[in-house]
Design a binder for this molecule. Sequence first.
Ligand code: GLN
Length: 308
Amino acid sequence: MPFDDLLAGIAADMRTVTDRGRVADYIPSLGSVDPARFGIALCTADGACHVAGDADLPFSIQSISKVFALTLALGKVGDALWSRVGREPSGSAFNSIVQLEREEGIPRNPFINAGALVCTDVHLAGHSPREAIGEILRFVRGLADDDDIVVDETVARSEQEQGFRNAALANYIRSFGNLQQPVDAVLGTYFHQCAIAMSCRQLALAGRYLMLGGRSPGAGRIVTPQRARRINAIMLTCGHYDASGDFAFRVGLPGKSGVGGGILAVAPGRGSIAVWSPGLNAQGNSQLGTLALERVSAALGWSIFDPV
Ligand code: GLN
């Protein structure tokens, strides 16, 4: 089936679903997003990009930014990162603190908040928060080949005002010596990276390096093929927190979700797919986004567990 027809059909079907999950409301600027929004974009390895629904409307990428932060942190310190953050699924909520005590301040993986804070700390070394945020923004703009991508300052400010749990996580990790930069600077940078606003089209374009063995069509080589493979592996096993197993079961693709309702999924060698629907399931992952990706991967036979 042609990609455009597939995506249009899915977008039309998603409009009729009534149980859309719950929009994140821990800050007003996320809580006020229209739950009826749905967008999807799919970029293929041959350079085409197909879209349907609200694919050009920017939304808060939130934890999807953890993929870009991990890529930058690995670029900075290489595999030494793995002495400060693990690569095992946590089986716990994205903002959980419990495993940190037993595991002496080493977060389970880079995609839970604790692990993302360590990546941000690595990325921040030698920079002011402003420079570090500028670097992340330049990085995603280069990947998406789009200089219009910005940080939503209202979201960033509210994250900061409501960020008690993240502050607790950062201070707790700091107490084990696993944050090296000032806690406020790490938090400020983290909140801004979460507040980057991107559309499905921009996100799917940005994710192409992960489908293409580490090379971005616009920005050139971003990571080695081995590193791209490993980032995909962590997305598959840890990208949806305590629903990562369920996402692998249903969709079968490396994916990273954000509490803004977006998901970036990667079909290695085939496609980079971004979906957005603001309603979340109990684990904080987009309810319709997951359903839509399940449809895409089944229709195209793109699950990494499908025979080639
Ligand atoms: N900004 C959110 C937080 O740190 C991101 C969480 C998410 O998207 N799951 O709590």
